[in-house]
Design a protein around this ligand. Structure first.
Ligand code: SF4
Length: 698
């Protein structure tokens, strides 16, 4: 019998109905989490919940979220970091939940998925045959024909699709092909003015979202909605951030600006069709100066603005501004509907170039922003000193590398600029990003809605402090809850630290590590996921061990990661070695994964520009930069990596960390407290014996 809003069943009753409907078992952690989420929504207080794998955390937040939507009439937004979780929620959890709860609520819960505009086919761009943005000169003919085939596939699919959602295209298409048929939110003409506005896929998705009780989205769109002046998501007062340990990185990506010969070239091509040749040529020349400068500059963080770079950035900025001025008033579009799309695209690219160049100049203080005058120093020496500082900082555990002036500069610095090396067709690129997104999140995301943050990994070193600081939350503004895990970690898993091995060095994988890995894999009979801190180490281990072991050994890059994980899961004897995406993305329950090997503590590289700048900034403001940045990063990844071991109640196995610092370094307590409470040992004989027993039982 449908209920009136005023007589909705309590969260506990709805959860029982949901769990029964889905054929599961109610778990204490799940009940505790659902109650806490319900209470947080009611009291409008932010909540961070750590819920281990197997808790059933999706139901624990979806049930109170749906109840709140039914009660308030407003949507609840659920944000995830990965497409895999989005798909799981929309294709599996939510439809079954809607079936299970329908009879207890005033109406059947509705849900929708909403992505950024560039994920939907733009009918206007397709119909108008808007300009190809790509610089064909950069392509080799094979790539051009591969792109041509993808373009054809998109065109065929466009005639049939009902959603226009890029993810429907299987196999997927390249960004380059997709860009011919999509626009960013800034490039969009707006539904009112767009001739295709009435059947726009992105607008239809927004409409569907506007009627839903639960809107599933990603962290990037959540950030854009919170930070831009225009609303992207429907009206909402509650957000659930799942995979919340990824929030800061995703938000940082959204607000990172970039400048290269490609971004300037795109603006030149777009402006070139609409402004006088001479004005566009000026921007082209500035872009060429930038290309020449970046081609010879060493990659890395730029701490002081070399004069040459300052002048070039000012040239680029001013030339982009001249094009913007030459385009005329922005509202001229209404008299010029023919060219509206072209003008909007040109304004977007030019604004991007102008604003990013200005932002980079501003990053070095007010003196740099005016006439492009920086320090009288070339980029080479500015970067060399930077690398030395980064190294000093890492080796000294985060001590600030500069003197008083440098320290005072660090305190006031808000953004960091760095040069990223060119790769393949991607040219060297200058990037600028904020040192912290906490203030932004605090004002824009947490300001006027209730936020529930959840993940299997939020408590680092045993507390939520590290992440809550990064989110910009202050004491008293939020509560934290760890509902634990349904797994019996001390009885089902062993944490082995190989204290007899040498510390990992800079020169690749030590021979002793290769021997240790071989012995562990032999004892486990394969069944090993090797998580390496670099692709170089993963490949070196694969090469060395393929000759020594007679179990199949896969290495990331041999095939698509999803294909490799499938092969690994399908054959217990097979081992899989790889790096970052495997640390977080492998979910293989059962005996195929009995041993997780981690070669070294995954600190950020000392030359990681953003991490090293953040570390120095914390140190300059009186904090412990190493613990706040490097150790926190390592703890998060270690916990994620170790979390690959137990994926179901029946799983058992070993996490082997070869890096002895996990047991001996002064920061080891913090890292160990971030890991699940496995039984611990440093005895290689004991661990090999345990692996042999597990293999015999499997
Ligand atoms: S409204 Fe925007 S996204 Fe939609 S069809 Fe028009 S230009 Fe494309």
């Amino acid at each position: 019998m449908p209920k009136d809003r005023s007589e909705l069943p309590p969260v506990e009753e709805l959860l029982t109905a949901a769990v029964t409907g889905l054929g599961g078992v109610e778990r204490p952690g799940q009940v505790k989490m659902a109650q806490a989420v319900g209470d947080a929504i009611e009291s409008e207080e932010h909540l961070a919940v750590q819920a281990g794998t197997g808790t059933g955390k999706s139901l624990a937040y979806l049930v109170p979220a749906i109840r709140h939507a039914a009660e308030s009439g407003d949507a609840v937004v659920v944000s995830t970091a990965t497409i895999a979780l989005q798909r799981q929620l929309v294709d599996r959890d939510l439809p079954r939940l809607a079936d299970a709860l329908e009879s207890l609520l005033p109406h059947r819960p509705e849900f929708a998925i909403l992505k950024g505009r560039r994920n939907y086919l733009c009918r206007h761009k397709m119909a108008a045959g808007m300009p190809e943005d790509e610089d064909d000169q950069l392509f080799d003919p094979r790539e051009v024909s591969a792109t041509g085939r993808m373009v054809q596939r998109i065109q065929d699919w466009a005639n049939e699709t009902e959603t226009g959602d890029r993810d429907e295209i299987v196999p997927g298409v390249s960004d380059q092909a997709w860009r011919q048929f999509s626009v960013t939110a800034r490039e969009c003409l707006g539904a009112q003015r767009c001739p295709s506005g009435a059947d726009c896929f992105a607008e239809l998705a927004r409409e569907r979202a506007g009627e839903a009780d639960v809107v599933v989205t990603n962290h990037a769109l959540l950030a854009i909605d919170a930070m831009e002046d225009f609303a992207v998501l429907p009206e909402h007062d509650v957000v659930v951030v799942d995979e919340a340990h990824e929030l800061v990185d995703r938000v940082t990506s959204v607000v990172t600006g970039e400048l290269s010969e490609s971004t300037v070239g795109l603006a030149v091509r777009r402006a070139g069709r609409l402004v006088e040749q001479g004005v566009a040529d000026r921007l082209q020349e500035a872009g060429e100066d930038l290309r020449a400068l970046l081609a010879v500059a060493p990659p890395g963080r730029v701490d002081t603005l070399p004069q040459s770079l300052g002048m070039t950035l000012a040239l680029v900025r001013d030339a982009a501004f001249a094009c913007i001025t030459a385009l005329g008033p922005r509202n001229k579009d209404k008299d010029d509907p023919e060219n509206a799309g072209l003008r909007k695209a040109a304004f977007t690219a030019l604004d991007e170039v102008h604003d990013t160049a200005q932002r980079m100049l501003d990053a070095f203080g007010p003196a740099a922003g005016g006439d492009g005058a920086g320090d009288d120093e070339d980029m080479d020496s500015a970067n060399s000193r930077d690398s030395a500082n980064a190294r000093d900082s890492a080796s000294s555990g985060g001590a600030n590398g500069g003197g008083t002036d440098a320290r005072s500069e660090e305190v006031h610095r808000a953004e960091v600029v760095w040069l990223e090396e060119g790769r393949g067709r991607i040219p060297p690129t200058l990037r600028v990003a904020p040192l912290s997104v906490g203030g932004m999140l605090r004002d824009k995301l947490f300001g006027d809605r209730t936020v529930v943050l959840t993940s299997a990994t939020l408590a680092l070193g045993g507390t939520f402090d590290s992440l809550s600081r990064q989110w910009g939350l202050r004491a008293g503004e939020w509560t934290g809850l760890d509902v634990g895990s349904p797994f019996d970690h001390p009885r089902r898993g062993i944490l082995y630290v190989a204290t007899h091995l040498p510390q990992p060095g800079r020169d690749g994988l030590p021979e002793a590590y290769v021997d240790e890995i071989a012995e562990l894999i032999e004892a486990a009979g394969g069944r090993t996921l090797g998580l390496f801190s670099s692709m170089r180490a993963a490949k070196a281990a694969t090469e060395a061990l393929r000759e020594r072991l007679d179990v199949p050994l896969l290495c990331q890059g041999d095939d698509s990661t999803s294909q490799l994980v499938k092969q690994f899961a399908g054959d217990p004897a097979t081992c899989l070695f790889g790096t970052l995406s495997l640390w977080q993305g492998v979910d293989v329950p059962g005996p195929s994964l009995t041993l997780v090997i981690i070669d070294r503590i995954p600190f950020p590289r000392p030359d990681d520009p953003l991490a090293s700048a953040r570390q120095r900034h914390v140190a300059a403001t009186g904090g412990n930069g190493f613990m706040a940045v490097a150790a926190t990063h390592a703890a998060l990844l270690l916990a994620q990596g170790a979390g690959r071991l137990l994926r179901s109640m029946d799983d058992r196995g070993v996490v082997a960390v070869l890096d002895p610092r996990l047991a001996t370094a002064r920061y080891s307590g913090f890292l160990l407290n971030s890991l699940p409470p496995f039984w611990r040992t440093t005895d290689p004989a004991k661990v090999r014996e345990a692996l042999r027993r597990l293999t015999a039982d499997a």
